[in-house]
Design a protein around this ligand. Structure first.
Ligand code: AMP
Ligand code: ZN
Length: 465
């Protein structure tokens, strides 16, 4: 079977066919680095990582790009409001200069990349910054200008969506106001027209261009960088659901208008992480960062496990209780794998349990069905007819896709405090004589000291709570 993916462009599950046999090029809209990424944003990159790992597991050569938006993203995706960067500079008390901008974006770019490392997200081939591709962005705008797709108003150069008959291919467009096919606001010909080059107010903070000091529009950045670093068309473009109506429709409009060829063949979108009050967003101030999770004592990969429990196209409501449940399951899985310590040196892929390997592959090939893949994992863990060596080898093979670092158990305690050691011994003795109520009472005492004890085939296993 071949991999099937849900393509937003057609609204259907489609068999993936690469442009070049055995290779796949993918572009993931990256963060706007004016603030910390929240765990909702990070879902987009864990999803991108699972996609990449799946292709690698299926022996594709993957070329992957995650851009860094370090200029040009206004607080509303539809080109209204302040520049997010200006907002970040003011908040962090930095000067409104290019140096200040660089300090701001360097800081949040680094934190973002560290978060990806912590979540076991493999590094993409390229992490381009929009300000390093000004030439390509300007060239693309000039190409559009030459073909008559642009017009100039007071604050910048705009794309004229009215010149296209198929604008909004991805869907999700917000309706124009009643009675008017084209609503005029702010001098734009239509509400849907979008900025390609925004002129700096009073000539401050910006870059030279044929139209004056300013900066590229957010949408043009992605079109220019993906074409430069992959090709046009390339195979797969991804992003969060919120990018469908504006950002991705605009990327498609300008790239196709400029070069008369599709931008990407497959468009994949991950659903949102929500909190009880609604969506998690920096603008709403209800964001939770990875660091908050870690400070609360959670393993970052427990968050990865939490996400894998849901399909990427399912909205997930985040709660601390749900994360705790995920962490418990994740801990149990790691405990299980670590009890099957065997000499891995002599084990090859031939030792995989093939029926499970087939089931696992089927799940991930079906639009990255990670909940199904985890179900296969647990079925295998519980299957007593499979030898520990085969289980371990098979699970470590699956982990190439899941990225849960199953080989190492960070919950395992290397130095057990003396007090806990004594309680463990007492508990062992209680169990030998069948005194299970005492054993349970000792387990509680151990828990109060910050440790969890579990009974496994090779005896009591202790981990940090
Ligand atoms: P931004 O830095 O705002 O451009 O967002 C980076 C990525 O996170 C984009 O792919 C967004 O679509 C995605 N995103 C934003 N908020 C959420 C959320 N609450 N849940 C999942 N993805 C999100
Ligand atoms: Zn983008």
């Amino acid at each position: 079977m071949n991999i099937k993916l849900h393509n937003t462009l057609t609204g259907r599950l489609e068999e993936f066919k690469p442009i070049k046999s055995g290779e796949v090029g993918m572009y993931h809209c990256g963060p706007t680095v004016y603030d910390y990424a929240h765990i909702g944003n990070l879902r987009s990159y864990i999803f991108a990582d699972i996609l990449r790992r799946t292709f690698e597991y299926l022996d594709f050569e993957v070329r992957q790009v995650i851009n860094i938006t370090d200029i040009g993203h206004l607080t509303s995706d539809a080109d209204t409001g302040d520049d997010k960067m200006v907002k970040g500079l003011k908040r962090d008390g930095l000067p409104l200069t290019l140096d200040g901008l660089r300090q701001l974006t360097d800081k949040y770019e680094k934190v973002f990349k560290d978060d990806l490392d912590t979540l076991n997200v493999r590094k993409p081939l390229h992490f381009p910054r929009a300000t390093d591709y000004l030439k390509q962005e300007i060239d693309l705008i000039r190409q559009l200008e030459e073909k008559g797709y642009t017009y100039k108003i007071q604050d910048g150069i705009y794309f004229d969506t009215g010149k296209l008959t198929d604008y909004g291919k991805l869907g999700g467009l917000t309706p124009l106001s009643e009675g008017s096919a084209r609503l005029k606001t702010d001098g734009k010909k239509s509400d849907r027209d979008f900025v390609l080059w925004k002129l700096s107010k009073d000539g401050h903070l910006g870059f030279e261009s044929p139209w004056g000091m300013g900066f590229p529009g957010w949408h043009i950045e992605c079109s220019a960088m993906s074409r430069e670093l992959l090709a046009q068309p390339f195979d797969i473009h991804t992003g969060g659901m919120d990018h469908i109506p504006v950002h991705h429709n605009n990327e498609i409009a300008q790239s196709e208008a400029a070069y008369d060829t599709p931008l990407a063949n497959f468009w994949l979108h991950n659903e949102f992480i929500t909190v009880t009050e609604g969506k998690m967003a920096k603008s709403l101030g209800n964001q939770i960062t990875l660091n908050t999770l870690i400070e609360k004592g959670f393993s970052p990969l427990a968050y990865r496990y939490f996400l894998l429990m849901a399909h990427y196209r399912t909205p997930v409501n985040f709660s601390w209780e749900a994360l705790e449940a995920a962490q418990n399951a994740y801990r149990k899985l790691k405990e299980a794998v670590s009890t099957w310590q065997i000499d891995m040196k002599n084990i090859s892929r031939l030792d995989l349990d093939n029926s499970y390997a087939e089931e696992f592959k089927e799940a991930i090939e079906n639009d990255l069905n990670t909940p199904e893949a985890l179900a296969v994992v647990w079925k295998l863990v519980k299957d007593e007819s499979v030898s520990p060596a085969d289980k371990r080898t098979t699970l470590l093979d699956f982990d190439k896709v899941l990225g849960l670092n199953l080989e190492n158990n960070e919950f395992e305690v290397k130095n057990i405090p003396k007090e806990v050691e004594q309680l463990l011994k007492d508990r062992e003795s209680a169990r030998v004589i069948g005194n299970y109520s005492k054993s349970d009472q000792l387990r509680e005492q151990i828990k109060n000291l910050g440790f969890i004890v579990e009974d496994t085939i090779s005896g009591q296993k202790i981990s940090k709570s």
